[in-house]
Design a protein around this ligand. Sequence first.
Ligand code: ADE
Length: 264
Amino acid sequence: MRFDVITLFPEFIGQATSIGVVGRARERGLVELATWNPRDHAEGGYRKVDERPFGGGPGMVMLDAPLSRTLAAARRAGEGGAEARLVYLSPQGARLTQRRIEALASEPRLILFCGRYEGVDQRFIDREVDEELSIGDYVLSGGELAAAVVIDAVARLLDGALGNAESAARDSFGDGLLDCPHYTRPERIGDDEVPAVLLSGDHGAIARWRRREQLGRTWLRRPDLLARVALDAGDRALLDEYRREWLARARPERRQPPSGGRRG
Ligand code: ADE
């Protein structure tokens, strides 16, 4: 899969994508990445990429012309540039979810556009942008961190990017639920022991325990997610078991789960 990133800070994107899973995916040719700096497509001695906003107010607005030329150059490079979706990272965008990441991972090529300054001339956005995405309800000083988030989350879904193909499916959100807890050596730390079932060698029981923990954690921490997952009779039984044990264990003042415990 190919990413073209339009950014005034190409070094940031280069660094953020050169380590870990994404770095390995790039080395192995699963991910191809190119950056495009609007400053290289700006005119005049100052290579101006921004201007004061019409109507006044603080901050600067990114100019349409250098952005349009940068985008044209990105689209001309390599295969499939003309059809590639242009994603603009901005706090005004739709909230990024794992579902959206899965859809983006099925594209052969994406162009990610990172805004800076107070904003971007709306006419560029209206004319060129296919999709506006936000990584959360807070304001970053630019879209680069958000673009790095998209690249990381997409790259790890690509075939062969993770060592163990199973682990992406078992991640949080892979099936709409949070992940279960994980343990490794030693078996005991002070009074804390690893749940006995994980040492039992009984793969059926381990799978059942993990599913129960996923359901229970999601119920406790993210009931909004649980409400959107279709639970079969087996899941409902596991969740009931988890709830009963949780309520029996919880101190009286904590007996109300944080959410009020909406049923899935
Ligand atoms: N650019 C600035 N803030 C952002 C956010 N929250 N998400 C995506 N891009 C951004």
